[in-house]
Every structure is written in C-alpha cells, then in structure tokens.
Write a protein that binds this ligand. Structure first.
Ligand SMILES: Nc1nc2c(ncn2[C@@H]2O[C@H](COP(=O)(O)OP(=O)(O)OP(=O)(O)O)[C@@H](O)[C@H]2O)c(=O)[nH]1
Ligand SMILES: [Mg+2]
Length: 262
C-alpha cells in the first residue's frame, strides 16, 4: 500500500496511527518526509506493508529539483504498490495538485482509494460528506471507480473501514471473469446500443476475453479498430462494471482486429 498526497496531508501520521507507535517522523512543517519508509503491520491476521512517501509540492523555480525528486519517489512507491491510498486534506479541499498525484496511480492501473483525511478538523452538517464527495468526483473525474473514505489519522476514525476497503480493492485487482459471461454481457450491450459506423462501414465486435489481472485487462476483437471509439469502449466497460463492480480498480482494454468471419 503506497500512501501518497500533498505535503502535510497526514501521510506519516496515518502510518504512525496504524503502527500504533511514533516510528515515522511527523511534523506540521510541510515537506518533512524525505524518504519512503516501509512499515509492515498485521491487521486481522493478515500482513500489510505501507510505503510512506514525501509530499508532492507544487512546481516552483527554487524548489524544482526537490519537486522532481519527490515525483520520482512517489512514482517509485506507486509502482511497487498494489493499492495506492491518495490522501486529501479535508481542511483544504481537493485541488488540481491532488488530481496530478492521483493521475500517477491511475496511469499505472493501480488499485485506488481516495481517503479524505483530517475529517475530525472539519465543521460538519448533514450535507458536508455529500458535498465533499461531489467535489472529489468532479476534480478526479478520470477515476470514477475510486472508493472515497473520510478518515482521521489523528482520532483513528474509519481506519478499520480503510482496511476493508484495501481488501476489497486487492480482490478486484485480481478478479478474473470467465469468457462465456463476458461475451454474454458484450452481446447484450451491442443489442441495446448499436455500435458506431463510418462511411457505410459498421463496427462489429466479435469476441471478448480477459487476458490479465492487476489491472484486469480485456482484449476485444473487432472488424476495424478505427471504428472502435473511446466512448463505445467506455460503454462496454460500464456494462462489465454493472455486473462485476471492479470497485477501486481501473480496467484496461486492448482492441484487436480480426478478419471478417464470412
Ligand atoms: N486534525 C488532524 N490533523 C492531522 C491529521 N493527520 C495529520 N494531521 C496533522 O497534519 C500535520 C502533518 O502531518 P504529517 O503526517 O507529517 O504529514 P505528511 O503528509 O507526512 O507530510 P510530508 O511528509 O511533509 O509530506 C501534523 O501536524 C499532523 O498532526 C488528522 O487526521 N487530523
Ligand atoms: Mg510525512
């Protein structure tokens, strides 16, 4: 599990709380953590390794080297991880900087959890969670599949829920769906919404199969790759998600051409 996020968002505090000891260095000076530190711990009889990272700063001339350095550290941590927990500071709201950090995990097809931290420090009414959730969905619109949790590294609020979420995302990253059922879903989807056509030629979808996990990866065989628009792939993806969820994980689609059957 890689814990990523802006400076001062509470990454080290979260790992400290999970460890139940003050092993990592926590401070309110942004940019405290310089190196990634691994922390192994047990939860409900299972072992988890958490990777702390240095917070990613906004670009700034003087700090450009430091910025580049922390991006490299974040990328390395993300690449080593199965699940990436993106921390957002509830007292500051979700920003473009958060989107940039989340994008690093999204681009690499990692399991994703968005944890809004410092929830204890926010004044709340009955609509606060709803409004914050909408804002996160808006800024992180490229990853609608991500789970969103509201936590506090300080009080420990919803940390058991965080582990439940991690287990669920891990399972979804490794889920395999049978070819039979995939082709049933695809045929049904095609019947419900006609595939696009161009210059008199219509897209035909012949066959779909899952070829890999982490992230779940599907190959779709079609008559003409050019006709398989992003939006139709997204439509098929949504149909698969309607049945299997795949919460917390991106899905990858590879489009291959095959000669016409007849
Ligand atoms: N109220 C509140 N404060 C928190 C919470 N989590 C962290 N903090 C405070 O936020 C400050 C920064 O915490 P750190 O854990 O050092 O943040 P970090 O993300 O590791 O920061 P860098 O290593 O600099 O990137 C500290 O003063 C913490 O006490 C929380 O859940 N609630
Ligand atoms: Mg830190």
């Amino acid at each position: 599990m890689a814990i990523v996020g802006k400076p001062n968002v509470g990454k080290s505090s979260l790992i400290n709380k999970l460890l139940g000891e003050q092993r990592l260095i926590v401070s309110d000076i942004a940019g405290t953590t310089r190196d990634a530190v691994d922390a192994a711990l047990e939860w409900n009889g299972k072992e988890y390794v958490f990777i702390d990272t240095a917070g990613l700063r906004r670009k700034n001339k003087i700090k450009e080297d430091l910025e580049r350095y922390s991006i490299i550290r974040t990328v390395t941590a993300v690449e080593r991880a199965d699940v990436v927990v993106i921390l957002i500071d509830a007292t500051e709201g979700v920003t473009e900087q958060d989107a940039k950090i989340a994008g690093i995990a999204h681009d690499r097809g990692k399991g994703l959890i968005v944890a809004v931290n410092k929830w204890d420090a926010v004044e709340k009414d009955d609509k606060t969670i709803y409004k914050f959730t909408n804002k996160v969905r808006e800024v992180l619109s490229f990853m609608p599949y991500a789970e969103i949790l509201f936590i506090s590294a300080e009080t420990g609020q919803r940390l058991p829920k965080l582990f439940e979420c991690i287990d669920m995302v891990l399972a979804n990253q490794s889920m395999r769906v049978g070819t039979g059922v995939l082709n049933e879903i695809m045929s049904e989807a095609v019947a419900l919404q006609q595939p696009p056509s161009d210059k008199g030629k219509r897209l035909k979808l012949y066959y779909i199969t899952q070829v890999a996990v982490k992230p779940p990866t599907f190959v779709i065989f079609v008559n003409d790759k050019e006709l398989m628009h992003f939006s139709y792939t997204r439509y098929i993806e949504n149909k698969i998600r309607d049945t299997f969820g795949f919460k917390g994980t991106s899905l990858k689609f590879i489009i291959r051409e095959r000669k016409d059957k007849e």
